[in-house]
Write a protein that binds this ligand. Structure first.
Ligand code: NAG
Ligand code: NAG
Ligand code: NAG
Ligand code: NAG
Ligand code: NAG
Length: 229
């Protein structure tokens, strides 16, 4: 907090041409605490998911949101649509929520280790099973990150996925962060881990972790780019 305050003050004194200065060299000591949301900032941790009944409060627009506390807890909320160039009618949607503990690694990566109570809803109009909810408990690695000072939007968190592709720019909307309680918010049985929790249609399309990560991490989708941030 203190260090960041100084950096912000220092940046304020820098001419605008240099306002995109990044903190890469110091990013492990630049506080990442707060709530950071993409695009129109409508996807917000703390009010996105209702874990007790496995539901979501649908935001008015899509986006992603990450929160970090100063004592090692995180929460992620993601609402995405992906298009398919070869099948334009097959826009896939996902709502994904999880929280747990994060680690800032010495090599500049961030690891998010979930509590085990995360879940997601997938809508896939062209699959046999078009709408279902399943557990989500994948540990996520972010290759690197930096916080830059955007002249208009203020502090902006740039996160890079495990494969180096960027997450949409994330603007700080709260500090301290707006989050659900960091404790485990629902009990997950081992048996339900291997099944879809709520299948709204019978069917057999299965989603591998790689499918889901591709869906969650793609930055721009063919034909629906305006929906994606
Ligand atoms: C789930 O719980 C939340 C918060 O208690 C409530 O607002 C919402 O209406 C519930 N949704 C369903 C589908 O029961
Ligand atoms: C698009 O649809 C084709 C044909 O069903 C499928 O093979 C491909 O994996 C889909 N692409 C994406 C990004 O979902
Ligand atoms: C969720 O993942 C974490 C980290 O791999 C693991 O420690 C935990 O046991 C998992 N929880 C469940 C319910 O699978
Ligand atoms: C940092 O270390 C972790 C754990 O060893 C590894 O998975 C990750 O790829 C490393 N990141 C970079 C940028 O080398
Ligand atoms: C999970 O189950 C335990 C044991 O039955 C119970 O004490 C706890 O309150 C439950 N947690 C939640 C979040 O429902």
């Amino acid at each position: 907090m203190f260090v960041y305050g100084l950096l912000t003050l220092a940046l304020a004194a820098i001419p605008s041409a240099f306002a995109q200065t990044d903190f890469t060299a110091a990013h492990n000591i630049t506080p990442i605490t707060g709530t950071w949301s993409s695009g129109s900032k409508q996807v917000i941790t703390g009010k996105f998911a209702n874990p007790s009944n496995l539901s979501f409060n649908y935001p008015p627009t899509t986006g992603v949101c990450y929160s970090f506390t100063d004592d090692g807890w995180y929460e992620v909320a993601r609402y995405r649509f992906n298009g398919n160039g070869s099948k334009p009618q097959c826009i896939t949607g996902v709502l994904n929520w999880h929280h747990g503990q994060y680690q800032l690694l010495d090599n500049g990566s961030i690891v998010l280790i979930p509590n085990g109570d995360g879940y997601q809803q997938i809508q896939d109009p062209c699959a046999a099973e078009t709408n279902f909810i399943q557990n989500y408990n994948d540990t996520e690695l972010y290759d690197h990150w930096q916080i830059v000072q955007d002249q208009d939007a203020g502090p902006t968190l740039e996160l890079f996925n495990f494969d180096g592709s960027p997450v949409a720019p994330l603007y700080q909307i709260y500090n301290p962060p707006n989050m659900l309680p960091t404790t485990k918010l629902r009990n997950v049985t081992v048996a339900s881990d291997v099944q879809n929790l709520l299948a709204m249609n019978a069917g057999a399309r299965s989603w591998s972790p790689a499918d889901v990560m591709a869906l969650l991490s793609s930055v721009f989708a063919v034909g629906v780019a305006s929906l994606v941030l």
